[in-house]
Every structure is written in C-alpha cells, then in structure tokens.
Design a binder for this molecule. Structure first.
Ligand code: NIG
Ligand code: FE
Length: 414
C-alpha cells in the first residue's frame, strides 16, 4: 500500500510542465474544481476531473476526502543552510542595535562563528538538529528541500556535513526529498584570512574531488570582501568542470556582478539578488538562470527586497525559498515567505505558488520529477485548510496546510 493514494473531492491547483515557468506565464495555474488525484507506486497516475478518473481497486489505496479544499503540489524550498552547529541570537541583537551583517562577519563572527560550532559538532548531533527543522518544514508543506554544507570550511568538516545530508537522503522514513549542495566557498576560514587564492586552490585541489558524488550542486558566496568576481569565476569554472551544477549567492549585500557571472557560467540558479543590476536581470533571463528570491532574509536584515517584478517582466523564472540559516535569516517560514512576496515584492498569488513549486523544483533541476500535479511526477502534494488558494498570503504568516503527502505517503497532518 506504500505510496498508493486517492484524493477525492479535491480542488486541484497547479502549474504545468517539466521545466521552469518563465515571465508572465508564472501567473497561469491550472484549476480543476472537482478533481480526483490518484497516486500509484509513489507516482501520479491521474490528476483531473473526477468524471474522467480511471477505475481502480480502492482496496489497494489509502483514500482521502479533500472536502473541496485546495490541493497544491508540495512546496520546494530550494535554498537552505539546514545543517549547522550552535545558534547566533547575540548577533541578531547586535543587528537590532545597528551593527551590519558584514561588519559582524569582518570581525570574526557571522559565518565563522557557526563554523567554529559546526567543526566540533558530531554527525549525529547535526543530523538530529536537521531532523527537528525538517519536521517543521514538512508541517508547512515542504516536500523537497535543498541543504548546503558551508559551515565546515575544511576538508574533513565539509565532508562531515555532506555525509549528514547524504544519510538524510538515504533515510527511507524522511518526510521529504533532500538535495545536497557543496558550499565550501561560503567564506574564507580564519586560518586562510588574507590568503583567499590559497583557499580557492585548496578547494579546487582537495574539496571538489571529495565532494563529488556527495552533492549535486556547488554554490559560492560571491560578495565584496568574501569571494570577488575573479575568484568566484575561477572556482566555479573548476566546479563546473568537475561535473557540479552551479548555484550562486549573488548580489546579496552589494551590486558586484554575481548575477552576470551566474549567467556566463550557465548556473542553474542565482539566489538573493537584492542588489542585482539591470544587466544582471537581463543576462539571467537570456540564459535561463532561475532567480531564487529569499524575502525572509531581506526582512530579517532590514534590506530592500529583491526586484521580483523586474525578473518576471524580463521573462525570467522566479523561485522563492527561505534561506533558513542561523545568521542572516533564522526562519524557515513558508507562510511568511508567501506573505512577503505578495505584500512587498508585488508578486501575484499565482506567481508565488509557481515560484514555490515548479520553479523551486527547476532551481534544483528537478522540474520533471516534482513541482506540479501531473501524470508521471512524484506524488508530492498538500491539502490546504481552505477551499480557496488566495487564503495563503491573506492569512499572513500563518500555516494554511492541513495534510502533507510525500511520494504518495501522508507524512504530516496538522
Ligand atoms: O544566504 N550570505 C551568505 N550565506 C547565508 C548566511 C549564512 C550565515 O549568516 O550563517 C545567506 O544569507
Ligand atoms: Fe543562503
């Protein structure tokens, strides 16, 4: 019976396709008011009008009645720093009093502070903590999550983090799909301070080969005084040559040209983009780089929001994600992400749904596997508490998800 499910009386709402949905098409969702959804052996066998549903032997299926409430594809959180030691509430308070994120980092806090805590943490401890967050994500409807390394910054600790992600991935009882990203280029560790090129050499020589096979993506914090454009280009070209798909933390704090570099190197996504240039928007749209926007980070750092409308108007694909991490954004709230995107980034409700489903999947190169309610895709979906998807941003910051289904299994019920 594993992964066999029928949902009756569903109001199915879904984007369509097996690739990123771009530009104004992001606003189009398919709505099926009286739908039946059938998942067989973890895959969607049918999602359409109940009158057209194929006959199946219901004894072989778990049957749910949605009572005309909305069923959406499961959410994809395509940018998180889910594995980390310790917390940094002191830094949050310093920022409230006027310190900037980068000034804390420059005096040895910030990412390095979490690196210190992560290096001494055991794998079991890191895994257990990640599972605590995963449970909460699942309750908010996340059925696919990306998780980065990047708090090790030496060979042994980076691999320890990637192995924790791998062991989560291999856990049959995990409530969601997890995708690993190698982020050794998250910061220059203290022992390499002032020797960025030597740290890049180390990553290319030792870390990339060791991370290969343990992570699908390679990511970098391309930022002034972290990894500048030329250093980023050298490292990410090496990562690409080693077979990694690319992601960038781009133009988060200042306008540096990370978006243009992501386009030049054919990255799958560039993320943050609070300070992206108009040329960067255009280059990403032209090269089909998904713009992954992280409104919770802008909110928590009191920074201006990323120009979502510019990306949509330029014909780019926009994804939304949480950026859950212990520093710049200690929140994994999908409900608040939705509200901020609609209220402050002027995204429509439909665009927001597309951004958190099919485009999140595309940002992980998984759009043919998940992100929409279509035949052949993985049975990843959520039932809302309501019969109207417009409740999502309107019920500001509150969870509208009732039931979460991952690969045809009910994994969370609120
Ligand atoms: O996405 N800016 C770089 N990385 C993270 C923050 C990591 C941290 O502060 O621990 C981000 O904002
Ligand atoms: Fe991040």
């Amino acid at each position: 019976m594993k992964g066999n499910l029928i949902i009756k009386n569903a109001f199915a709402v879904t984007p369509l396709g097996t690739s990123a949905v771009k530009g104004e098409k992001m606003g189009s969702l398919r709505e099926i008011p009286d739908a039946t959804i059938i998942v067989k052996d973890e895959r969607i066998l049918f999602c359409g009008a109940s009158s057209e549903a194929p006959a199946v032997n219901e004894e072989d299926f778990k049957v749910l009645d949605a009572n005309h409430r909305v069923v959406l594809p499961g959410f994809v959180d395509s940018h998180t720093h889910l594995i980390f030691g310790g917390y940094r509430p002191d830094e949050f308070e310093w920022r409230l009093k006027g310190d900037s994120y980068m000034s804390i980092m420059e005096r040895g806090g910030g990412i390095q502070s979490t690196v210190n805590a992560t290096r001494v943490a055991g794998s079991d401890e890191l895994k257990e903590k990640a599972l605590w967050f995963i449970n909460r994500m699942s309750q908010m409807g996340v059925t696919t999550v990306e998780a980065k390394s990047g708090y090790g910054l030496d060979l042994e600790s980076e691999i320890k983090m990637l192995d924790v992600i791998k062991s989560l991935e291999e856990d049959e009882n995990l409530k969601l799909r997890i995708v690993g990203t190698f982020l050794g280029a998250h910061a220059v560790p203290k022992e390499y301070k002032g020797r960025t090129e030597e740290y890049v050499d180390l990553m290319i020589r030792d870390m990339l080969p060791a991370a290969k096979g343990k992570a699908k993506f390679c990511d970098i914090f391309t930022e002034k005084n972290v990894f500048e454009i030329d250093e980023s280009r050298r490292f990410m070209q090496a990562a690409k040559d080693a077979g990694f798909k690319l992601k960038f933390h781009a133009d988060e704090i200042v306008t540096l040209g990370g978006a243009e570099l992501a386009a030049e190197l054919g990255a799958v996504s560039a993320d943050h983009l609070l300070h992206v240039s108009d040329e960067g928007v255009k280059a990403m749209a032209e090269k089909g780089v998904v713009a992954t926007l992280l409104p919770l980070t802008a909110f928590a750092l009191r920074e201006p929001y990323a120009p979502a409308r510019k990306f949509v108007d330029a014909g780019a694909a926009v994804a939304l994600a949480t950026d859950l991490n212990p520093g710049s954004c200690f929140s994994g709230s999908i409900p608040l992400t939705i509200a901020l995107a609609c209220i402050y980034m002027n995204m429509t409700i439909e665009e927001t749904i597309t951004a958190l489903t099919i485009n999140g999947a595309a940002a992980l190169d998984l759009a043919s596997e998940t992100g929409s309610l279509e035949e052949g895709k993985s049975g990843d979906m959520i039932i809302l508490e309501f019969d109207n998807y417009r409740m999502l941003p309107y019920y500001v910051g509150m969870n509208c998800v009732s039931t979460v289904i991952s690969k045809g299994r009910v994994v969370s019920q609120n």
